[in-house]
Write a protein that binds this ligand. Structure first.
Ligand code: GLC
Length: 424
């Protein structure tokens, strides 16, 4: 008899689980705790083990830096072949970590978990502490990633976006002069078919930027102005806007102060609209370092729906565009629009379907276009049912690529399956 897929999804998570945290996958590709993966993973656990869900977040926050930054990787195990490993980053607070962050999904996830679950009195103190730490992190982003008070925050490395080799970064990456005599040994393309992974020329630049950040001791005061890479990304800011809105609700429920965040939200909502090019009807990234507008048809621009902008005109236009993104294909959504010159069907963030992107867009559409939202949900569930819990997939055939037993795919599958609005 075919094993129930819900049980299989749980098994993927439990199979990747270590003490207090969960690996993105069980092979040698990502042998550490990743920030936004952990958020999605916690949501998955919340459907069958609330303790594991809260533990996942608590462990991640143990690695928070004194200034408030939450690193994108925590190296709990120092004995791995991963590159760049803990000694190359050479930083961390209590736990060895990377020196950059990743999309701020945690407040959104925590709110979802708390909305669905009854919390016991003895868990309240733990949760209050988590909320306080998340507030400190959001304040860090506002203070150091938007020092000019614009309402929009910057990322200082493509890895901070979570969509590492997206064509969104091509222009800015080409401007970077690769460090001379750069020596390093990639591990990723030994574990996974190199056709699916970023190129060496991408890695040369990732490592050059990282080395420069390290030389500057990851000092957030200096780096906004001095980093080799500084981009205002629509996707990252959309997630942050949604996360700020959710964090305010969490702060209110614990009678904690939230005035500064409220002010930032107002400014942010206003400014993010300015990234909308009304003539072309698309959202535009801004490269602060090179003072250049970047227009790439990336699915992550549609994360704006998740931010719940009040401007219905923009929302409508965006939904119309989204329906044309890869309309005739069964598997929504390719990470880059297929007719774009730099689209690649199999290469990581340059074309394949990623389940977390589908999930974010589904969440953003639920209250705006229920029919379309349900289609995304059903297609995503079918994609996983047919092809397994993989890292990413072909938008055309559904063929699975990258790592198998991928934790966030399993988690978000559970979340979609248990979604109350499910039609069948
Ligand atoms: C890659 C992905 C990133 C993810 C990490 C671990 O770096 O681009 O989004 O968090 O792998 O799964």
């Amino acid at each position: 008899m075919r094993e129930n897929l819900i049980e299989k999804a749980k098994k993927v998570l439990l199979g990747n689980k270590k003490k207090g945290f969960t690996l993105p996958t069980n092979n040698k590709l990502y042998p550490a705790q990743w920030k936004w993966d952990s958020g999605f993973i916690a949501l998955g656990y919340s459907h069958f083990n609330l303790k594991y869900a809260l533990d996942e977040i608590t462990t991640l926050l143990k690695g928070q830096w004194k200034d408030g930054m939450i690193p994108h990787i925590l190296f709990h195990d120092l004995n791995t072949n991963y590159y760049p490993n803990h000694s190359v980053w050479n930083c961390g607070n209590k736990i060895h970590s990377s020196g950059i962050t990743q999309p701020p999904v945690l407040a959104i996830i925590l709110k979802k978990i708390l909305d669905k679950n009854k919390i016991k009195v003895n868990e309240k103190t733990k949760i209050k502490l988590i909320i306080k730490k998340l507030k400190k992190y959001h304040e860090w982003l506002i203070k150091y990633r938007d020092p000019r008070n614009t309402g929009l925050v910057s990322i200082l490395h493509p890895w901070e976006s979570g969509y590492d080799n997206s064509p969104l970064w091509d222009y800015s990456m080409n401007e970077i002069k690769v460090e001379k005599n750069l020596k390093y040994k990639r591990g990723d393309n030994k574990v996974i078919n190199p056709e699916y992974r970023p190129l060496d020329e991408d890695y040369d630049r990732y490592i050059t930027i990282k080395n420069h950040l390290r030389k500057n001791k990851y000092n957030p005061k200096k780096l906004y102005n001095e980093s080799m890479f500084n981009v205002v990304d629509v996707g990252f800011n959309s997630i942050f806007l949604k996360a700020n809105k959710d964090l305010i609700e969490l702060l209110k429920s614990f009678n904690l102060e939230h005035n500064n965040l409220q002010k930032f939200i107002l400014k942010s909502e206003n400014q993010i609209e300015k990234l909308f090019d009304t003539r072309k009807g698309v959202f535009v990234n801004y490269d602060i370092k090179n003072r250049k507008k970047i227009i790439v048809p990336s699915i992550t621009n549609y994360f704006i729906l998740f931010a719940d902008l009040k401007n219905q005109l923009i929302n409508k236009k965006i939904i119309k565009n989204l329906k044309n993104h890869n309309q005739n294909e069964k598997y929504l959504f390719s990470s880059i629009k297929p007719n774009y010159g730099k689209f690649e069907e199999k290469r990581y963030w340059r074309g394949p379907v990623w389940i977390n992107c589908n999930w974010i867009i589904y969440q953003g559409l639920k209250n705006k276009d229920k029919k379309f939202a349900n289609k995304i949900k059903e297609n995503t569930i079918t994609l996983i049912k047919k092809n397994g819990f993989y890292e990413y997939y072909s938008f055309k055939t559904g063929e699975a690529f990258g790592a198998n037993n991928f934790s966030w795919t399993a988690s978000l599958f559970l979340d979609l399956i248990f979604d109350k609005n499910r039609t069948n």
